[in-house]
Design a protein around this ligand. Structure first.
Ligand SMILES: [Zn+2]
Length: 299
């Protein structure tokens, strides 16, 4: 975790998953915590070096790589950890993440790694949206649903921490098929992002470097999202089987799925496209001979 000053009152903590600090009068709010105990310790060393008091931690969304360090930070500082809605439930009960990736069944061993199973952390709920103050530090909470059910962006010190509402182009192209739980909410979040340009000096994504304008990334992400949904829709003309839909969609997009964990993440995005297509009246689901069949027509 490298400490990168962005404005007089905001820092990016640059790592595999970014975190951030919003400062006010010698106090700090930490946005996300990185993957694990080691990143948490590095963050605490940076906070010590800045000679500020940590008054609260805000989790943008409960993916293990963004909140895995929360338990350590809370144990060592006593700072309350805030998260919203479904995200708060996962921070308190991290087994929910591998559980939902595995259809609610006891998760396979591959999903019990720290990248998808974080350490549990007591969480404080009730953080609203809009302007907030915690421990004297003012900041703004902006909903950004789609990549996670109740993801939020956090802005303060003239910097907006946009979490995984948008992916840096290099991250977008590396993943090929990013993780989305709701593609319609993601599209709405991406459509709203350009309105933030001009309001903040910098934007910090969940992964990758900070930028001064978010609209170009939002546009590129929207194109990618639409192409994934279109690829699922086109694949539906060839098959109604989810496993085959994952395969055909990946092939259409030129994506190679490297391991089972990425497979389950990709499958979630394909399922999110199917429910979006169903909501738009373009897909339906039914059963035939004990086989679950999706179709591009009404059953
Ligand atoms: Zn995420």
């Amino acid at each position: 975790m490298d400490l990168i000053p962005l404005t007089p009152n905001a820092y990016q903590l640059r790592g595999g998953s970014n975190a951030g600090l919003i400062l006010h009068d010698g106090r700090a709010v930490l946005v996300d915590t990185g993957l694990d105990k080691d990143t948490a310790k590095k963050i605490l060393r940076h906070i010590d070096a800045l000679k500020v008091q940590l008054v609260a931690v805000v989790i943008t969304h409960a993916h293990a790589d963004h909140f895995g360090g929360a338990a350590t930070i809370r144990a060592r500082t006593g700072a309350p950890v805030y998260a919203a809605g479904v995200e708060a439930a996962v921070v308190a009960h991290p087994i929910l993440e591998p559980l939902y990736l595995f259809s609610g069944a006891a998760p396979a061993a591959e999903l019990r790694h720290k990248f998808t199973l974080a350490e549990a952390c007591p969480v404080t709920e009730g953080l609203g949206t809009g302007d907030q103050v915690l421990g004297g530090v003012p900041f703004t909470v902006i909903p950004a649903r789609g990549h996670a059910p109740d993801q939020m962006m956090v802005a303060g010190g003239d910097v907006c921490f946009v979490a995984d509402a948008v992916f840096a182009p290099e991250v977008l192209h590396k993943h090929g098929i990013p993780f989305y739980v709701d593609v319609d909410q993601t599209a709405a979040t991406l459509a709203a992002l350009p309105n933030l340009d001009g309001h903040y000096a910098a934007f910090v994504p969940g992964h990758g470097p900070a930028v001064s304008q978010i609209a170009p990334w939002a546009a590129e992400n929207a194109v990618c999202l639409a192409s994934i949904r279109a690829a699922v829709s086109a694949s539906l003309a060839e098959t109604g089987d989810v496993a085959r839909l994952v395969q055909l969609t990946a092939r259409r997009l030129g994506v190679t799925i490297p391991n089972p964990v990425i497979y389950w993440l990709t499958q979630t995005t394909v399922l999110a496209c199917l429910s979006s297509l169903q909501a738009a009246g373009k897909a339906s689901v039914g059963i035939g001979e004990n086989e679950l069949r999706w179709a591009a027509r009404a059953y």
